[in-house]
Design a protein around this ligand. Structure first.
Ligand code: IMP
Ligand code: MG
Length: 185
């Protein structure tokens, strides 16, 4: 697995130090309120586990499951929300946590459904990574771990074809590891 990595973008300690700061900021900005975190699975699983331990507030956790890549390195354009209904967040301050803001379609779809189906007091978005690119949907994150270029990354929860999520750091794959796309679509 490590042989497939071309370069490391963020070491584990760099990620955790950034989460210290992000957790402190969220704690400060929601002071005196109770927070409901909605984790967008699967990619955010490590991020959520590490960040929520750094938020010193009364906190509730809900998870939703989404897929938009369907195995490749480009967004398919179709967001599949596995939920038939959104978590009940009426009267709550919601913070959606996702691994990465790419085209924006996933978070846009989740936010729209939350607005349509629930009466949350507030909805904000927090992502570990934000790609520099034109988004398909008008949307930005309120909290961002790191800004990155428009390249495909893996590790710390992020996958390529469901692999590499368990790498403790974030890196870029070698072209040879991606080449499988050509032979096995
Ligand atoms: P969006 O809907 O295009 O913003 O994409 C969001 C989802 O696509 C993320 O939650 C990830 O699961 C996946 N994704 C986007 N970019 C990457 C990447 O560079 N590596 C791995 N997964 C990615
Ligand atoms: Mg994801």
């Amino acid at each position: 697995m490590l042989n497939d990595i071309e370069r490391t973008l963020f070491h584990e300690q760099t990620i955790l130090s950034r989460l210290d700061a992000l957790g402190a900021q969220i704690t400060r900005e929601y002071d005196g309120r109770e927070l409901t975190v909605i984790a967008v699975l699967n990619g955010s699983i490590l991020f959520v586990a590490d960040l929520m331990r750094r938020i010193q507030l009364p906190l509730r956790l809900d998870c939703i499951s989404v897929s938009s890549y369907h195995g490749g390195t480009e967004s398919s354009g179709t967001v599949t929300l596995d939920q038939t209904s959104m978590p009940d967040v009426a009267g709550r301050h919601v913070l959606i946590l996702d691994d990465i803001l790419d085209t924006g379609r996933t978070l846009h779809a989740i936010r729209r459904r939350l607005h349509e189906e629930t009466s949350a007091l507030s909805v904000r978005i927090c992502v570990l990574l934000r790609k520099a690119k034109m988004r398909a949907e008008e949307l930005d994150a309120d909290y961002v771990g790191f800004d990155i270029g428009d390249e495909f990354v893996v590790g710390y929860g992020l996958d390529y074809r469901e692999q590499y999520r368990n790498l403790p750091f974030i890196g870029v794959l070698k072209p040879s590891a991606l080449a499988a796309d050509a032979v096995c679509p």
